[in-house]
Write a protein that binds this ligand. Structure first.
Ligand SMILES: O=C(O)CCC(=O)C(=O)O
Ligand SMILES: [Mn+2]
Length: 214
């Protein structure tokens, strides 16, 4: 990064490999890599505050069996022009990258050696917010997509379950951790972020994606 972005972030969000504890699992039919300490604690805290106040967090409504159901978290979608994405049953045009999001994307691309043209933000306002079992296998992501997921704020449980064997894995996604999912993980596994006990603080998760058919 040549210039600090205008909001005053001085430190580039480069991986701190010395501090990073990496767990790399090749599970049946998929792979994931967890890099804890991808961001330092102060970087993660500053970034959390910045994203919470600057991003355009929206409530989403799903229509399930004819009834409106609020999505239990706030969401936003940023990316390159035309990187349209369908979630919550609606096709979304991306908002343009902010300077901070661009910088984070560059660091995530560098560490993952993958290119991303969009990011889905999720804001879990408290432990009552959650994400149900799903896989990110929309056709616009192409086969075996790589998805890089950056966590900030409160640590939350992240569960993975194999579709056929029902094997279940549990990760704790801490602030500043980067989870890279690849291989057949989105085809053969599902994942979720269950509700947390009362008192859990807010959390932001950014999932960087490559829309192949913008
Ligand atoms: O919040 C998380 O860690 C998971 C987010 C996720 O699975 C998604 O955005 O598709
Ligand atoms: Mn997902």
């Amino acid at each position: 990064m040549s210039q600090p972005p205008p909001n005053g972030f001085a430190a580039p969000y480069r991986p701190r490999l010395a501090a990073a504890a990496e767990t790399h699992w090749s599970v049946a039919d998929g792979e994931w890599l967890l890099i804890e300490g991808f961001l330092t604690a102060p970087e993660a805290a500053t970034l959390f505050q910045s994203l919470r106040s600057e991003l355009d967090w929206q409530e989403e409504v799903l229509v399930i069996a004819g009834r409106d159901v609020m999505v239990p978290r706030l969401v936003c979608w940023y990316g390159d022009p035309g990187a349209r994405y369908r979630y919550s049953g609606v096709s979304h045009e991306p908002l343009p990258w902010t300077p901070v999001l661009s910088e984070v994307r560059a660091a995530v691309e560098e560490r993952s050696c993958c290119r991303f043209n969009s990011v889905l933000g999720n804001l879990y306002r408290s432990g009552q917010d959650s994400m149900g079992w799903h896989a990110d296998k929309e056709k616009e992501l192409g086969p075996n997509p790589v998805i890089a997921s950056l966590s900030l704020g409160a640590t939350r449980r992240f569960l993975l379950r194999h579709n056929r064997t029902r094997e279940q894995l549990e990760l704790g996604l801490t602030a500043g951790s980067l989870l890279i999912m690849g291989g057949r993980l989105q085809h053969d596994w599902r994942h979720c972020v269950p509700k947390a006990p009362q008192g859990a603080e807010a959390r932001i998760n950014l999932t960087f994606r490559l829309i192949k058919e913008p």
